[in-house]
Design a protein around this ligand. Structure first.
Ligand code: SAM
Length: 342
């Protein structure tokens, strides 16, 4: 094979529907159907049902995923947190248009958070989910500590992240750089020029800001951040597709360029003893602490005060996940970060 053939940029694969410029119906399906389904299924794979449980979503964005999870899993309450206000009227209109949902579920709330502070009480959620947010969060350790604070004892955290910064479409600029690895092929001036040269200038500005503010976290960096916040990963699935690595990225570890995304479940290290008891068939968590969030959303958040029905990874589920994952390994390097000035 000639070098030019080897270097030939592959077409974007399987990620175009994550771009904000796609057809609204495709965007809706990717979030309401695919992402929400993937979350529910990832828990269900370990026998965990979200029904009648209290769920928080950190970095909820437009709330479509939250609606999908609320409809599918029937939690007691689902609160989407984001540092940006959610446009609930827009969500309602989209729900009516794409899914015939005329009224948003009464157990779905949205709350505006601060960058390192979630407006919720200690021990108030059974599960926390986060989808495609942790590469955008300035201080992942601080937010993970907040998540740990609001999780009930024995709670479980689900994180999905795609794409990692060093992977082919880690710039989030796939529309302009379908060949991938633009962050290594081109300097910032070229990236700026190409993004500005086509399409809507509003979209260009938004996506350049997204690119500029990515935190550059890696899979190992995410694990390290979780550990710093007192979490332990108990289940993980890595995404990896065939990619052509350009010479400019040839020096990077495969674990960075070839891992495009991750889904994981993590539990608080402090819960080890209790979780072991649960996995032995012991009592579930007592659901300590009143539920509720501050920072009212459109419908306001409420103090449901309901007891958690049980531990998050209770029974054989916990035992199975722990048996598969085993003990934690050596310390990994600090999460990569750094400025991405454009
Ligand atoms: C790419 S969007 C993902 C939104 C949604 N989860 C989805 O997949 O459609 C990332 C979101 O994370 C939010 N975000 C960034 N930093 C955050 C923080 N410190 N706390 C909460 N949300 C944050 C952003 O405002 C943005 O809405």
């Amino acid at each position: 094979m000639s070098e030019s053939a080897i270097d030939a940029p592959p077409p974007p694969s399987g990620c175009d529907h994550f771009s904000k410029s796609v057809d609204p119906e495709v965007w809706w399906r990717a979030h309401f159907v695919d992402a929400a389904g993937a979350i529910v299924d990832f828990f269900a794979g370990d026998g965990i049902s979200l029904e009648d449980k209290r769920i928080a979503d950190v970095g909820c964005g437009d709330g479509i995923i939250d609606l999908g999870v609320a409809v599918r899993a029937k939690p007691e309450q689902l609160v989407g947190f984001d540092i940006l206000d959610n446009d609930v009227d827009l969500l309602q209109r989209r729900a009516a248009q794409h899914a015939g949902i005329e009224t948003l579920p009464p157990n779905l709330y949205f709350s505006t958070s601060e960058t390192t502070r979630l407006p919720a009480e200690d021990d108030s959620f059974d599960y926390v989910i986060s989808w495609s947010a942790f590469e955008h969060i300035d201080d992942p350790v601080a937010v993970l500590r907040e998540i740990r604070r609001i999780l009930r004892p024995m709670g479980v955290l689900f994180i999905q992240l795609w794409p990692f910064y060093d992977s082919a479409h880690g710039t989030h600029l796939v529309d302009w750089f379908p060949e991938g690895f633009a962050q290594y092929r081109y300097d910032n001036a070229e990236i700026l020029r190409r993004v500005r040269s086509t399409g809507s200038q509003d979209m260009a500005s938004e996506m350049l800001e997204v690119y500029r503010t990515l935190n550059g976290i890696t899979a190992d960096g995410l694990q390290d951040a979780l550990r710093q916040a007192g979490f332990r990963i108990v289940k993980v699935a890595l995404d990896s597709e065939a990619v052509h690595i350009p010479v400019e990225a040839a020096h990077l570890p495969l674990s960075q360029v070839a891992i495009s995304g991750i889904k994981l479940l993590a539990i608080a290290e402090d819960d080890e003893a209790g979780a072991s008891a649960a996995s032995d068939g012991g009592a579930a968590s007592d659901g300590a602490g009143p539920a509720g969030t501050a920072g009212a959303g459109p419908a306001g958040t409420e103090s449901a005060g309901a007891e958690s029905a049980g531990s998050a990874m209770d029974g054989a589920v916990t035992g199975a996940a722990r048996a598969q994952v085993g003990q934690t390994g050596a310390e990994s390097d600090e999460a990569e970060g750094g400025e991405l000035a454009v």
